[in-house]
Design a protein around this ligand. Structure first.
Ligand code: BDR
Ligand code: CA
Length: 312
């Protein structure tokens, strides 16, 4: 499938890019960047370096939003992605330059050339660029097959007790995207992405196969977000679900985002369609929420694809 990745690399973003470029089903049309795990300049530099390491400097990269639409989030937790966003791993500098277009411009130019419902967008950072796209180019939404988002949680958060980082970073943007009723959206939240882990055994396999696999394993070991059964590769699950939808179980839901400034800011309130009430029944109908995943199938896909990396 034809794919655009909107990203803020990010260690799990790095694995998502690696999975995309090693999956023969994926035709990667563009990578756009957004401020999130790192300021947008650094996230963009990381994206360019990662694509060089992955042997895909032909994929256009454009830098996007430097900050959230309305309020800049403030927290005092150190980034789990380390100081440079890639767990301290220094990748060689890119040998090509960045697109001169803004990320939203590049997204629009790719979509403008596309047939209806022919492009999938993976949104694995804050949703600022995507909100700007739907606000500025509503005429291009019909070109999007689906938008697959890593974000939110129906329970515990990871940046506040109730909010997940990508949604919390720009709740107004997220609310704008979920309100886009004619866009099919899949939401993969912490409920499933916390379980899409790689453990030390998986990293040893990655490491043994190629220099790039070894760099990825080093990055992942430096990821400060660790669960009892390994490092959760939140963003890689998005690409895995696009490549092999049987990895996740989806249910139609209405998703609303708390945009108040209190302790609930950034929380995703998800109502499965089976329990819709009149009060939320008028919200966007096009969202499918991931409610379960096949962890074994996810790990197999990542290892078969990424550990088979042929590049240096
Ligand atoms: C999300 O936040 C970022 O830190 C990760 O890259 C992922 O996109 C997980 O909450
Ligand atoms: Ca990310």
């Amino acid at each position: 499938m034809r794919l655009i990745i909107d990203t803020d690399p990010g260690i799990d973003d790095a694995l998502a890019l690696a999975l995309a470029v090693t999956s023969p089903e994926v035709d990667l049309l563009a990578v756009t960047t957004v401020a999130g795990n790192a300021p947008v300049e650094e996230a963009t530099d990381n994206a360019l370096r990662l694509l060089r390491a992955l042997g895909r400097e032909d994929v256009p990269v454009a830098a996007g939003a430097t900050r959230a639409l309305v309020r800049i989030g403030m927290h005092n937790q150190p980034s789990p992605h380390g100081e440079n966003g890639l767990g301290g791993v220094e990748l060689p500098a890119p040998t090509r330059s960045l697109s001169e277009e803004h990320a939203v411009g590049l997204l629009a130019s790719v979509l403008r050339e596309a047939a209806p419902r022919s492009v999938t967008i993976a949104a694995i950072g804050p949703l600022t660029n995507i909100a700007l796209l739907v606000a500025m180019h509503p005429e291009l939404i019909d070109r999007i097959d689906k938008l697959v988002i890593m974000g939110g949680s129906t329970g515990r958060g990871n940046i506040t007790p109730v909010a997940e980082f990508n949604i919390w970073s720009d709740p107004e943007a997220a609310q704008r995207v979920f309100a886009c009723s004619h866009l099919e959206t899949w939401l993969l939240g912490l409920d499933v992405t916390r379980r899409s882990t790689l453990d030390e055994t998986a990293l040893a396999i990655l490491e043994a196969r190629s220099h790039t696999g070894s760099l990825l394993a080093t990055m992942i070991r430096g990821y400060g977000d660790i669960q009892p059964d390994g490092w959760p590769m939140h963003d890689a699950l998005v690409i895995a679900a696009i490549v092999d939808p049987a990895i996740v179980r989806l249910q139609t839901a209405v998703v609303e985002v708390e945009t108040g400034v209190g302790v609930g800011r950034g929380q995703t309130v998800c109502t499965l369609s089976s329990s819709l009430t009149a009060s939320v029944g008028s919200a966007a109908p096009g969202t499918r929420l991931a409610v379960d995943l096949d962890v074994g199938r996810f790990r197999d896909l990542v290892l078969t694809r990424v550990a088979g990396l042929a590049v240096a």
